[in-house]
Design a protein around this ligand. Structure first.
Ligand code: GMT
Length: 387
C-alpha cells in the first residue's frame, strides 16, 4: 500500500505523531510519502528507505501578501497522487489539509484517479482555531468530506461533536509511543552536569504557545524550589519564550532554570528527569507527557481535555485545575520529596505508557486504511456499473 501523509513538519504534536506514524508504517513495509513544506523534524533522525519526502513549494510573487499555501499543497497532492500512484491520503490537522485534499480530489475525479482521504483531528484544529468563525464553515465541510475521521482522544471526539455538525462516525485512535526509542537510558554524566548537588530535575516540553500556560511552569517551579533542591529544564521555543525567560529572571530563578530551545533528542533529556510538567489550558492528548512517561517520568498536569485519559491521578502523576499552580506545586513536592514514592510513580508512569505502545495503535490505522480503500473502491465500481 502507498500512503500519502500530509502534516505540519514542525515540533508540534500533530507533526511529530504523523512522522512517527509514517516511520512505523514504513518499518512494516508500506511506502510512505510525506507531503509538506519542509522535511518533518523527526525524519531527520535517520534514513528510511520506504519514506519519500515531497516538498510543497510556495513561490513568492509581489502581489501575494499571503502566498496561497493551500493551493500549492492541493497541486502537490495531485502531482504526488498521480505520479506515485498513492492508494490513500492521511491528513494530520484539519486546517488547511482537509480542504486542500478535497480540492485535490475534485481535480483527480475528472481523470478517474481520485483516492480516499482520512482526516486525523489533533487538537487546536478543533478546540481553538477550527471553531473560529473565520475557518468553521470550511473546516466542517472538509471534515465531513473525509472518507474517515479520527480523533486522538475520546475527549477530542466529544469536543468535535459538540462544536461542529459532523455527519460521520469519528474513530478514536489514540496517540502512541515507540518504547524502543523512548526509554530511560543512563545519562548520569549529563545529570551530574545539570544538577551537580543531586537536585531533582523537572522538565517542560512544548511549543511555548499561550495555550500551554508556560508561565505556570515557572510559578510551580518557584514553589517546588522553596521546598527542596530542584532544577528546571525548559525544552522548545515559541511566542511565549521571551516572556517566560524574563519572568524566571525577575523571580531570581534564572540560575536554576535552563532554556534549552528546540531539541531533537528528547528521550535523552527525559532520561535525567524526575518530573514532567504540563499546565496546559487545553490539551487534546498530551503526546509530550506520554513520551515522558515512556522514559519513566511522572507527570504533573492540568485535568484539561484528554489529559485524564493518559495521566492517571495519584498513579502516574497528578491532575489539577487549569491555573491552580498551588495544587500542582503541592503534588510535585509530594512526589519529589520521597525517594521510594518517586520510584513508585516512575514505575507506574512507564506501565501506563506501555498501554499506548505503537504496536497496539498502528494496526488500528492499518485496519482503517484497508476498510476505507475497500469502501471507496466498492462505491467507485457501483457508480461505474450504474452509470
Ligand atoms: O499544541 C501543540 O503542542 C501542537 C498540537 C498540534 O496539533 O500540532 O498538538 C496537538 O496534537 C498533539 C498530537 O495529537 C496532542 O498530543 C496535543 O495534545 C495537541 N495539542 C493541544 O490540544 C493543545
Amino acid at each position: 500500500m502507498k500512503i500519502g501523509i500530509v502534516c505540519y513538519p514542525t515540533f508540534g504534536g500533530s507533526g511529530v505523531l504523523a512522522t512517527e506514524l509514517g516511520i512505523a508504517l514504513s518499518d512494516k513495509g508500506y511506502e510512505v510519502h510525506f507531503i509538506t513544506y519542509e522535511q518533518p523534524v523527526r525524519l531527520s533522525q535517520g534514513f528510511h528507505p520506504n519514506i519519500y519526502f515531497h516538498e510543497v513549494k510556495v513561490p513568492a510573487y509581489p502581489l501575494f501578501d499571503f502566498p496561497p499555501y493551500e493551493t500549492a499543497l492541493a497541486s502537490t497532492m495531485v502531482n504526488v497522487i498521480v505520479n506515485q500512484q498513492l492508494d490513500i491520503l492521511h491528513l494530520h490537522y484539519a486546517i488547511p489539509h482537509a480542504s486542500a485534499a478535497y480540492f485535490a480530489r475534485q481535480i483527480l475525479k475528472k481523470t478517474g484517479r481520485d483516492i480516499p482521504f482520512i482526516t486525523t483531528l489533533h487538537g487546536t484544529d478543533i478546540t481553538l482555531v477550527g471553531k473560529d468563525a473565520t475557518y468553521e464553515p470550511v473546516v466542517t465541510f472538509s471534515i465531513n468530506e473525509s472518507d474517515a475521521i479520527t480523533a486522538v482522544s475520546n475527549n477530542l471526539r466529544e469536543e468535535t461533536l459538540h462544536s461542529f455538525k459532523i455527519e460521520k462516525p469519528i474513530h478514536v485512535i489514540p496517540n502512541f509511543v515507540d518504547v524502543k526509542r523512548f526509554y530511560q537510558t543512563d545519562k548520569n554524566h549529563f545529570k551530574q552536569m545539570l544538577a551537580p548537588d543531586g537536585e531533582r530535575i523537572m522538565v517542560h516540553v512544548s511549543n511555548f504557545r499561550r495555550v500551554k500556560r508556560v508561565p505556570d511552569v515557572i510559578d510551580v517551579f518557584a514553589q517546588v524550589k522553596n521546598a527542596l533542591p530542584a532544577k528546571l529544564l525548559m525544552i522548545g521555543d515559541g511566542p511565549e519564550r521571551q516572556n517566560v525567560e524574563e519572568k524566571a529572571r525577575c523571580m531570581g530563578l534564572y540560575n536554576d532554570v535552563r532554556f534549552l530551545g528546540k531539541q531533537e533528542q528528547i528521550s535523552e533529556i527525559l532520561s535525567i528527569a524526575d518530573l514532567f510538567i504540563l499546565p496546559s489550558e487545553t490539551e487534546s492528548f498530551g503526546l509530550s507527557a506520554l513520551e515522558a512517561m515512556a522514559c519513566s517520568v511522572p507527570v504533573i498536569s492540568t485535568n484539561a481535555g484528554g489529559l485524564p485519559e493518559i495521566n492517571i491521578n495519584g498513579v502516574t502523576g497528578y491532575l489539577s485545575d487549569v491555573g491552580d499552580t498551588q495544587s500542582m506545586a503541592k503534588h510535585a513536592i509530594h512526589i519529589l520529596s520521597d525517594d521510594s514514592r518517586l520510584a513508585q510513580f516512575k514505575k507506574a508512569a512507564i506501565e501506563q505508557a506501555k498501554q499506548f505502545e505503537k504496536q497496539h495503535v498502528i494496526p488500528q490505522y492499518e485496519q482503517l486504511y484497508a476498510e476505507v480503500i475497500a469502501a471507496y473502491q466498492h462505491a467507485g465500481s457501483a457508480t461505474t456499473a450504474n452509470g
